[in-house]
Structures are given as structure tokens and as C-alpha cells.
Design a protein around this ligand. Structure first.
Ligand SMILES: Cc1cc2nc3c(=O)[nH]c(=O)nc-3n(C[C@H](O)[C@H](O)[C@H](O)COP(=O)(O)OP(=O)(O)OC[C@H]3O[C@@H](n4cnc5c(N)ncnc54)[C@H](O)[C@@H]3O)c2cc1C
Length: 390
């Protein structure tokens, strides 16, 4: 088979790009390692920047997001015995974020690919990338007993952190930057009314916690746990009890608990691979970079990659202009590093580090005190949280 763009990975990055290109008459095929049900069973991000939402609308996938997503104009930070409010709307100059689950967004994208007759191959095993430095790159994969080949102009590696695309770039070309944090987030999804209409980030002596949500009937809560903990170590009752210990008293009293419908531990990591291009291969989303989820930047960083890559491919196919493709890596990385900085900053601000010094505790307290006493510090937080412009 021959297509213009072969996309590897059926997460939000790959699906969004294939849908956008399809609408412009650019032919794609998308190869996903797992079944659609498996991809849709993963519970991940939930906070979208308006830039992402705009792309979803451009991809003709924004209808349900606009109907069911919630506009959030602020969030809370509980720390040192107080519950402070971050007014995103005021300090970002009238901007906000949309709360809409990644699972629902991915479902909308899959439905659109189906509606538009997009080529999506599930259970594509042993995906391998070939001849990336030539004018005739191709991708092979196995479907059952059959090995198939896709010839293409470009390959897009949108196959997440553990995918094969980044690993296809020679080691002497790729530079990797990584910071692994000494803890993870234990997350619980429950069909209960969220304790607060807005997110509450909690810095506590027992560790970080977050009260998040997917809708007004679906709550997502997290607590910081050591990397040695296993999901099986945590019964629902133990989770709720630990969460309550970390919440301000009034919030803990209002918390409605219920059976978990999903429970998982995500290790926290910051990671960037440079460059994001190698010959005819372009990396996008988690395939090239990871952030700890504290600043809600992961999915949103994937969106800015897709925006740059989509426009670069449009430039090539519609105008014969390859400047966008040539500059893709540099342009994407400039924004990625800002998202890295912000995610690192929020993670350092709110977590309890096992090897911290009393000095570090004082710095955290001072930083939070400064944040809530300085309009310019608050503006910095707000403009990063709602998303820097693409
Ligand atoms: C547990 C967890 C919790 C998270 N929570 C948050 C959050 O609260 N807020 C936030 O902003 N971000 C969060 N993130 C990050 C966010 O979910 C990601 O940034 C986002 O999923 C990136 O989308 P993507 O399409 O680039 O990658 P992915 O969603 O990882 O999609 C990659 C796809 O490629 C497929 N694939 C992998 N290998 C191959 C292969 N060899 N061949 C073919 N296909 C392959 C995978 O099955 C997957 O479907 C979280 C991530 C994780 C893992």
C-alpha cells in the first residue's frame, strides 16, 4: 500500500493529525498496536487548553467536547493550613481551560476517523520503520500471520513514550534529557460528585494530593505514593482515608467516596528527545517528550506538536513549501521546553521529596507565599497553565 503519511500510534496525537490531514485531502494510514477498546480503557489527562479545543473543532470533532466539557476559570491550592485560589481568568487576561477527559476525546477522534472512512489498523504488531533517510521510506507491520508494507512520503511517530519510532533514530543522532522523580501518583476514578467544582492541588506533609474531575458525576483523585507501592497495596478504603488526611478539614468533610472504577499508579518523569525529526520521520507527543502531570501539560504539549506538524505538512503538500517541515523540530521544542519548565516547577512546588532538607521545605513555603502575594507571579502561573500560544 502507498499513502502520503504513515502515522504510528492511535493515541490523541496520531488520531488528531490523521483526521486533520484527511480533511485536507492528504492520505494517511494509522497503525495502532492495540485494540480500540484497549486504547479507550486508559484513563489519563483531563485538562485541555483552548488551543487544543480549537484543533478538535477544526478536525470536526469538537461537538461533544463543547457540549459536555466544562470551562474552568480557576483552581485551588491547599497549603500550610490555607486554601488559596488561583484566578486563571483574571491573571491570564480572560483565558480558561476545558475539563474534558482524554478517553472521551480519543473516542470522539476514533468515531470521526470511522465516519470519514479513515484507514486505522488496530493490533498492528512488530511495526518497523525503514529507509527513513531516503526518499522512499516505508513501514512494515504484522497483522496475524501476515506481514504488510506501507510505502509513504513521511512517517509520523506518535506512538507514545514506549513506542518504536523514537528508538528508530540512531543513538548518535538522538539526545535524551531525563529526570525521574522519586514518587508516583496513585489515581482513582469514581462515579461520585466531585468534592469541588474546580480542581484542588494539595501540598501536605504526608505528600501531594489532587482533587480533579472529568465531569460533575465523575471524580478523579490522586495521592503521591512511593515508587515501591503497588496498586494492590491500596484498597479503596485505604485510598480514601489517606486522601482525607491530606485534604483541608472542610474539604475532607465534604468528600463523597465510592467504589473505584479505575485505579492505577503513574510514575512521574520529565523527558525530552532531540531532535524531533530524523530524515522522513517526525516525532510528536509522548513519543518525544513526557512531563509529570502536575501542570496538566502532557496532552496539551502533544497538541502543539500536531498543530506545527499539520501546518508543516500542509505547506509541503499544498504550497510546495518545506520550510515548516525543516523547522518543525526547533519550533516544537521551543514550546516543549517551556512546558517542561512549568511542569517541573509545579512538581517541585507541591510534592514532598524523600531526601528534602529543612531548607527545601522553607523554600517551598516561601515560593507559595510569594505566589499568593504577587500579581506578577500569579500572572506567570496563569499564562502557563492556560497554555502559551502555539
Ligand atoms: C498514566 C498516565 C496518566 C496521565 N495523566 C495525565 C494528566 O492528568 N494530564 C495530562 O496533561 N497528561 C497526562 N498524561 C499524559 C497524556 O496522557 C499524554 O501526554 C498523551 O496521552 C499523549 O498522547 P500521544 O498520542 O502522544 O501518546 P499516547 O496517548 O501514549 O498514544 C500512543 C499510542 O501509540 C500506541 N503504540 C505504542 N507503541 C506502538 C507501536 N510499536 N506500534 C503502534 N502503536 C504503538 C499506543 O498503544 C498508544 O495508543 C498521562 C499519561 C499517563 C501514561
Amino acid at each position: 500500500m502507498k499513502v502520503q503519511v504513515c502515522i504510528i500510534g492511535g493515541g490523541p496525537s496520531g488520531l488528531l493529525l490523521s483526521q486533520l490531514l484527511h480533511l485536507q485531502g492528504i492520505e494517511t494510514i494509522l497503525l495502532e498496536k492495540y485494540s480500540r477498546e484497549h486504547v479507550l480503557s486508559r484513563i489519563r489527562a483531563g485538562v485541555l487548553e483552548h488551543g487544543f479545543a480549537k484543533l478538535m473543532r477544526e478536525a470536526q470533532c469538537g461537538e461533544r467536547m463543547d457540549r459536555e466539557g466544562e470551562i474552568h476559570k480557576g483552581f485551588h491550592i491547599a497549603h500550610d493550613g490555607v486554601l488559596d485560589h488561583v484566578d486563571l481568568y483574571k491573571y491570564s487576561g480572560g483565558n480558561s481551560v476545558i475539563v474534558y477527559g482524554q478517553t472521551e476525546l480519543t473516542r470522539d477522534l476514533y468515531e470521526a476517523r470511522e465516519r470519514f472512512g479513515g484507514k486505522v489498523v488496530h493490533n498492528a504488531e512488530d511495526v518497523a520503520l525503514h529507509e527513513l533517510k531516503s526518499d522512499k521510506p516505508y513501514v512494515t507491520y504484522r497483522l496475524g500471520d501476515e506481514t504488510l508494507r506501507v510505502d509513504c512520503d513521511y512517517v509520523v511517530g506518535a506512538d507514545g513514550f514506549h513506542g518504536v519510532s523514537r528508538k528508530s533514530i540512531p543513538k548518535d543522532v538522538l539526545r535524551e534529557y531525563e529526570k525521574v522523580y522519586p514518587f508516583g501518583w496513585l489515581g482513582v476514578l469514581s462515579r461520585t460528585k466531585p468534592v469541588s467544582p474546580e480542581l484542588i492541588y494539595v501540598k501536605h506533609d504526608r505528600g501531594f494530593a489532587l482533587c480533579s474531575l472529568r465531569s460533575q458525576v465523575l471524580s478523579r483523585y490522586y495521592i503521591q505514593v512511593p515508587l515501591t507501592d503497588k496498586v494492590e497495596d491500596w484498597s479503596d478504603d485505604a485510598f480514601w482515608a489517606e486522601l482525607k488526611r491530606r485534604l483541608p478539614e472542610k474539604v475532607a468533610a465534604d468528600l463523597i467516596t465510592g467504589p473505584s472504577i479505575e485505579k492505577s499508579i503513574a510514575p512521574l518523569r520529565s523527558f525530552v528527545a532531540e531532535p524531533m525529526q530524523y530524515g522522513k520521520l517526525f516525532l510528536a507527543g509522548d513519543a518525544a517528550h513526557i512531563v509529570p502531570p502536575t501542570g496538566a501539560r502532557g496532552l496539551n504539549s502533544a497538541a502543539s506538536d500536531i498543530y506545527y506538524l499539520y501546518h508543516a505538512l500542509l505547506g509541503h503538500y499544498k504550497k510546495g513549501d518545506d520550510a515548516g517541515l525543516a523547522g518543525y523540530s526547533e519550533r516544537a521544542l521551543a514550546r516543549i521546553w517551556k512546558a517542561q519548565r512549568f511542569s517541573w516547577w509545579m512538581t517541585m512546588l507541591l510534592h514532598r521529596f524523600p531526601d528534602r532538607l529543612a531548607y527545601d521545605d522553607q523554600l517551598q513555603r516561601t515560593e507559595l507565599g510569594y505566589l499568593f502575594s504577587s500579581e506578577s507571579a500569579m500572572r506567570q502561573l496563569a499564562e502557563n497553565y492556560v497554555g502559551l500560544p502555539f
